[in-house]
Design a binder for this molecule. Structure first.
Ligand code: MRU
Length: 350
């Protein structure tokens, strides 16, 4: 099986002249496949905030490419150029707080300016920002393919595999993290079928995971979030695999809200829970999951559904976008470096 056949959809693309960033608008999937073109910094920032692009690795890639696009519009005065690039990085860093990949990618861009000689012409800086952003994207794709190779052997030879949210090609530069492992397992002949939690309130599982797996011929069934426990009790789920937005030094995992519930259910039923994430998701500067900033999103995501109001008007709701699964509930963490016990991350270096 050729790696190229397993990449799946690539949800963003820099135009050949580097002046436009094209995004598959994930808010409109699965009913409409609409590509939007972004040129302005504010449009890139809003695309991340409003979930036109989402998923930890994809956010980092798009932010880096976004700065590259913005840098094309700036003039040739080095002082003004540097200030504008720094401001662009600051604006994009304020879009979403939990996924650490965003900050890793922006730091890589800032580093271009930090290591350049003071008199370096803007034309050179522009080119270096673009190549750094493109290298970040390529590194993410290769990391996902490596995770797929490392992780596929862990999945059962047959039966149901549960996933939560969308940790697929749509959430990365292609192939996916958790769904990359699933794609590879399917490709090497494992007779697995995926149960995709619908993942309220934004339905990344029902809309996105189902869309991309069906598109690529991987058997998938959508379940409402409250169904996984019953399926586990019936023996219909053999393993669960999810992505991550940030992993602390002790192996605690922040991922889409509801992952913790899945983890507790897995432990109760003796089912392994695997986390697949690129090394850029591991934040060795953060000691435990309780230090990970958890994004609180708009109450309207919970109040409204499918264009209808589902709650009494103005009722108070909670809408944390992520939760933290303690390391002790995670069977293994799959990265591009291999398969790790959550407790050994700190010993593996940066
Ligand atoms: O709010 P989202 O859709 O950006 O949340 C995405 C997730 O929680 C994913 O599971 C995570 O980013 C891993 S994606 C490879």
């Amino acid at each position: 099986m050729n790696d190229a056949d397993l990449v799946g959809v690539r949800p963003f693309e820099l135009s050949a002249d580097g002046r436009t960033l094209k995004l598959l608008d994930q808010r409109r999937l699965p009913t409409e496949e609409v590509w939007i073109e972004l040129v302005e910094l504010e449009a890139v920032a809003r695309a991340i905030e409003d979930l036109a692009v989402r998923g930890a690795p994809a956010i980092g890639c798009v932010a880096a490419l976004g700065v590259a696009v913005v840098s094309q519009q700036l003039g040739d005065d080095p002082v003004t150029f540097r200030a504008a690039v720094a401001a662009a990085c600051e604006r994009l860093a304020r879009t979403r707080p939990t996924a650490v990949n965003l900050f890793v990618a922006l730091d890589q861009i800032r580093h271009v300016l930090d290591r350049a000689a003071p008199g370096e012409p803007v034309s050179v800086l522009r080119e270096q920002i673009r190549s750094t952003a493109e290298a970040h994207v390529e590194h993410d794709l290769q990391a996902c393919l490596a995770m797929g190779r490392h992780g596929a052997v862990l999945l059962p030879d047959e039966g149901g595999v549960l996933t939560h949210c969308n940790a697929g090609a749509l959430a990365t530069a292609g192939h996916g993290t958790a769904l990359g492992v699933i794609r590879r397992a399917h490709a090497i002949g494992k007779r697995i079928h995926v149960y995709a939690d619908e993942t309220r309130p934004v339905l990344q599982g029902a809309r996105l995971t189902a869309w991309e797996l069906a598109r690529d011929g991987v058997p998938v069934r959508v379940i409402a979030d409250n169904m996984a426990g019953a399926l586990m009790a019936q023996g219909r789920i053999k393993a669960a695999i999810v992505g991550a937005d940030r992993i602390a030094r002790n192996g605690d995992v922040a991922n889409k809200i509801g992952t913790y519930t899945v983890a507790v259910l897995c432990r109760h039923h003796g089912i392994p829970l695997y986390v697949a994430a690129p090394w850029t998701t591991i934040d060795l500067d953060i000691a435990t999951g309780s230090d990970i900033p958890i994004e609180e999103r708009s109450a309207d995501e919970v109040r409204n559904h499918g264009g209808r109001v589902m709650t009494p008007a103005d009722i108070e709701v909670c809408n944390p976008a992520f939760d933290v699964t303690p390391a002790e509930l995670v069977s293994a963490i799959i990265t591009e470096k291999g398969v790790h016990a959550p407790s050994e991350l700190a010993t593996l270096g940066r």
